[in-house]
Write a protein that binds this ligand. Structure first.
Ligand SMILES: [Zn+2]
Length: 258
């Protein structure tokens, strides 16, 4: 019993370290080789007393950036991030755009890396309040004969309310409707290849529509942290799948620890 407590304390310490480094650029050597890691098919893969999932237990349990928000996991009107900052990266206009501080920094890094490759990106819209989302949703219903076509997220279901979601476009897209023609542009291709290394995922991918319930959006990024984003890219998981996977592993681990 004592040994188990000591092990848990050690794990907590390791997790704290992992969580702290996730705030900065991640030391990927701590991650190990993702492709070599044993796949977690279900909770049964979790051995008693040993955390075998490729991402630290404490990081997953304490991360403030991996929360799943969708139609089944709604935020409330009172859910407002307390660390919103104005973006300093390139934007479509002078109007302020806000994101949570860590995501705003990561986005600036992403845009700088793009510039180095000769790619110019523009931030379009970031944090959106519950009320704004609600207005957008009902406006969409009004213009679509009362039918929810999955284009605008239900109030409380939007990544934009987390302060971690951002729409990114190119110069040609400014002032126009979003379309997935963006995916075939130089900027869209660059984003799809590199966003992961800066902690962002493509939140609504084409072949995950049935799982996300949202039509493909090649312009919508969601910050989850570098380690998680890179893992999700390698395993080609959407946030719904990732959440199911790691929470099942955690439940098996916690069950085994009792
Ligand atoms: Zn969006």
């Amino acid at each position: 019993m004592k040994a188990k407590r000591a092990a848990i304390a050690l794990l907590a310490l390791a997790g704290l370290f992992a969580a702290a480094s996730a705030e900065e650029r991640l030391d990927l050597s701590a991650l190990g080789d993702i492709e070599e890691a044993a796949p977690i098919e279900d909770g049964a893969a979790q051995e008693a007393g040993e955390w075998t999932y490729p991402i630290a237990y404490e990081l997953l349990k304490t991360s403030d950036y991996i929360a799943l928000v969708n139609r089944d996991h709604l935020l409330g009107e009172e859910d407002i991030p307390d660390d919103l900052v104005d973006l300093t990266c390139r934007k479509i206009s002078y109007d302020p755009i806000q994101m949570r501080a860590v995501a705003a920094d990561a986005l600036s890094e992403l845009f700088d890396a793009a510039s180095e490759d000769g790619v110019t990106l523009y931030a379009h819209s970031g944090y959106r309040s519950y009320r704004t989302q609600k207005t957008m949703y009902y406006n969409r219903l009004d213009s679509n004969n009362g039918v929810d076509d999955g284009v605008v997220q239900y109030p409380g279901a939007s990544d934009h309310q987390t302060g971690l979601g951002i729409d990114v476009i190119n110069k040609a897209g400014i002032g126009k409707r979003f379309t997935n023609a963006f995916a075939d542009t130089k900027e869209g291709k660059w984003l799809a290849e590199h966003c992961w290394d800066h902690g962002f995922i493509l939140r609504y991918q084409q072949d995950k529509e049935a799982l996300t319930g949202i039509t493909y959006e090649s312009w919508h990024l969601r910050y989850v942290g570098v380690q998680v984003a890179q893992y999700m890219e390698k395993r080609h998981l959407c946030l719904e799948e990732f959440t199911e996977e790691w929470t099942a592993a955690a439940a098996a681990y916690e069950g085994a620890a009792q």
